[in-house]
Ligand binder design. Structure first.
Ligand code: MN
Length: 242
């Protein structure tokens, strides 16, 4: 549900390997200008889908691309990576991040909603405030907020995508244990996210399946079944959308 396919050194090779393996990939972008090129990676694949995004960590450098975002949204079925980042180094650009995020959510809402992959590092409370009343399905990727923020996100109907890096931390395991199983999907956040010191590959979201099997105390085949059902449900929920 969240992979930066376009940011691998050899994205076409990685996309080819995803196709060979039959990996489902939500290929998120960090700027609207990357949309067109990133879409090329998913040509001839039913299982790789591109998401239109503007990453909060570069919002201050790319806010001029909001116009392009609006122009491209009608052809984008998925939105991401979007969100807010209150971490050090990014908090100083908070105002522009907020302007960008609000603009995107307003456009998405007007367009009838989208499945959205959302970044909420050190900003979960603010992200949830902004999502109020917005049409679409927010999927909080690599959620690192507090337990009470997680509870609020669950009550608001958010979904969650979790990956090997998140599930390798004690906090990540605690949070995932609180998430409703029927709203959990896997991701890698590759190539940024690492597992055991190595940059992950898109198909290594499979590692998260075995981690979930341990946390949920269910067999891998049961976990796969749950994830497959969740994925179907997510798509059905959004089928009525343009
Ligand atoms: Mn990411």
């Amino acid at each position: 549900m969240h992979c930066h396919l376009d940011l691998y050194p050899e994205p076409f090779k990685v996309a080819e390997e995803c196709k060979r393996r039959g990996t489902y990939v939500l290929s998120v972008t960090t700027t609207p200008k990357a949309w067109e090129g990133t879409c090329r990676l998913s040509e001839d694949s039913q299982r790789i889908r591109t998401a239109l995004g503007l990453h909060p960590q570069i919002a201050h450098q790319r806010y001029q691309e909001l116009e392009l975002f609006d122009a491209l949204l009608p052809e984008a079925k998925y939105v991401g990576e979007i969100g807010l980042d209150g971490g050090s180094g990014f908090k100083n650009h908070w105002d522009v991040q907020l302007t960008v995020f609000r603009h995107i959510l307003k456009t998405v809402n007007h367009a009838g909603g989208r499945i959205m992959s959302i970044h909420s590092r050190a900003s979960a409370a603010a992200v949830l405030d902004e999502l109020k009343g917005i049409d679409g399905t927010p999927v909080l990727h690599w959620f690192t907020g507090t337990k009470s923020q997680l509870k609020r996100a669950i009550d608001m109907g958010c979904w969650f995508s979790v990956g090997p890096a998140m599930l390798s931390t004690k906090k990540g395991v605690e949070l995932i244990s609180m998430m409703p199983k029927e709203r959990v999907l896997t991701e890698t956040d590759a190539p940024f996210a690492k597992y055991r010191g190595q940059a992950l590959m898109p198909w290594e979201s499979e590692i998260a399946q075995s981690q979930l099997s341990g946390i949920w105390k269910q067999s891998i085949s049961e976990v796969k079944q749950i994830l497959a059902n969740n994925f179907k449900m997510l798509l059905i929920l959004n089928k009525s959308k343009p």
